[in-house]
Structure formats: structure tokens, C-alpha cells
Design a protein. Structure first.
Length: 93
């Protein structure tokens, strides 16, 4: 288990709880110093749900850190997928 290829994405697990998702968003937004993607008017704001917003920023972190499996762990709340989760104007890195 190490690096994944560029055709992998990190998303939040469906069963992750709200506290985990909020913590992931806070952690990643602090790391990125920018979370405009998930703010009102951002390309990934809609749908305005915790799991959607967490998935977007978790993937940003995962991509910026080199797509290593451990960069999608998020205390067990992250999941690596081979299916591109992008939709509409929201493009996952």
C-alpha cells in the first residue's frame, strides 16, 4: 500500500458521522488555507451536504499530498475510489 495512480480519488465513507466529516473539513481547509470550492458560489457547494463538502476537500488534500493511501485515511472515514466522483461544474482533482 503506497501511492495510487492519478485515476484514484478520495471520498468520505457513506457511514462517516457528522463529527468526523466536520473535523475533516476543518483540518483540510486549514491545510489548504482555501476552501472556496465548498463555500456558497463555489463550484462544489451544491449539493450543500456535509458528506459532499467533506469528500471534495478530502480529495483536494489527497491529491496535493501525492495520492498516497495514508493521505485518505482520515481516522478511518476516507475511502479511495477508482470512479471519478466529479459532477457538473464540480471537478475532483
Amino acid at each position: 500500500m503506497g501511492s495510487c495512480n492519478s485515476s484514484s480519488w478520495c471520498i468520505a465513507k457513506y457511514l462517516a458521522n457528522d463529527t468526523e466529516l466536520k473535523n475533516n473539513i476543518l483540518y483540510v481547509c486549514d491545510f489548504l488555507d482555501d476552501c472556496k470550492l465548498i463555500q456558497p458560489g463555489g463550484s462544489c457547494f451544491i449539493p450543500d451536504t456535509l458528506i459532499n463538502h467533506a469528500s471534495v476537500v478530502m480529495n483536494e488534500y489527497y491529491a496535493k499530498k501525492g495520492r498516497n493511501t495514508w493521505n485518505c485515511y482520515f481516522s478511518g472515514s476516507g475511502l479511495i475510489t477508482q470512479s471519478d466522483p466529479s459532477y457538473g461544474s464540480c471537478k475532483y482533482a
